[in-house]
Design a protein. Structure first.
Length: 307
């Protein structure tokens, strides 16, 4: 009797587990299907095309080995776009994080309208990458735009922002810094988690505002700084809309972002194989920079567990 009852219970448990797994598989199926069709297959296809001379619209392609990757070293525009993108990343990301932390610090102070302020400051991140906002930003820096009108009214000479190769990239950098909302929200959440007892102890010891910021706030926020730094660096490397809508890479390719040049090679010049090789090269560069960030984070990221 005991063995038969145990067998029945075991069978019921197996049926319960099987039914639960079935339900889980059903709910996971849309994600698995989307990942395979829209992520995994395109990734593998682009890796294959990187070693071919495939052109957009052609039915056949010839395997050329590493010729596409070798061409990268002799392509002047490729090297220029890589340098411009690195400059864009190394300037915009620190400025964006610094501004986001500053605003988060202001918005974490006690106020009845703090929720409204956070929402208003987060709006640029929701719409900042859109085509409409890029067009508005283009008008702001136009020859007769708002910024030049302010300069003219103040008695200064106007600036041809998008006609000067040395200045054309700066409006794009400022637009990226303006999209600080997501980082600001994360910083604000981190600031709320810092125990107030730390600041109270520092005040008793006579610490001033700068000492409390650099000795308490920044060390406690360092894991969040690492997260925002990695995410914003990856996002900056993929910047496309600003350059495509506002400058289209000009003047004289001074704003030719890497992603824009990949787009031009793929859809403007029909060099899909070469564009795929460029994409995989950028993946290696982004992975290397991310690895460097993680390796060096041990020197500046504070961890209570590791202390």
């Amino acid at each position: 009797m005991k063995s038969s009852a145990q067998t029945i219970r075991t069978s019921k448990v197996r049926k319960f587990i099987y039914s639960n797994n079935t339900v889980g598989h059903v709910f996971a199926a849309p994600f698995i299907f989307g990942f395979i069709c829209f992520s995994l297959i395109p990734i593998l296809t682009s890796f294959y095309y990187a070693f071919t001379d495939y052109s957009l619209g052609s039915k056949t392609s010839e395997i050329v080995g590493g010729r596409n990757f070798a061409m990268l070293l002799t392509d002047d525009i490729f090297l220029q776009s890589l340098g411009i993108t690195l400059k864009y990343v190394f300037i915009s990301v620190p400025l964006k994080l610094a501004f986001a932390l500053f605003v988060a610090f202001l918005l974490t102070r006690k106020s009845r309208l703090v929720t409204l302020y956070r929402s208003l400051y987060y709006v640029p991140s929701l719409v900042g990458g859109s085509v409409a906002v890029a067009l508005v930003w283009k008008q702001l820096f136009a020859r007769k735009g708002l910024f030049n009108s302010v300069l003219s009214d103040a008695g200064f000479s106007t600036i041809n922002w998008f006609g000067d190769t040395k200045l054309a990239l700066w409006p794009l950098i400022l637009m990226s810094v303006w999209q600080f909302g997501s980082s600001m929200i994360i910083f604000a959440a981190g600031l709320k988690e810092i125990p107030t007892s730390y600041y109270e102890a520092a005040e008793i010891d006579g610490a001033n505002g700068f000492q409390k910021f650099f000795r308490i706030t920044l060390p406690c926020l360092s894991p969040i700084v690492l997260y925002n730094l990695v995410m914003q660096t990856i996002s900056a490397f993929m910047a496309f809309t600003q350059a495509f809508i506002i400058t289209q890479g000009g003047p004289n390719n001074s704003t030719m972002m890497y992603s824009l040049y990949v787009y031009n090679q793929a859809f403007k010049y029909n060099n899909m194989g070469y564009a795929c090789a460029m994409s995989w090269f950028m993946l290696v560069v982004m992975s290397a920079i991310t690895l460097i960030i993680f390796k060096t984070s041990k020197m500046w990221v504070f961890s209570e567990a590791g202390e």
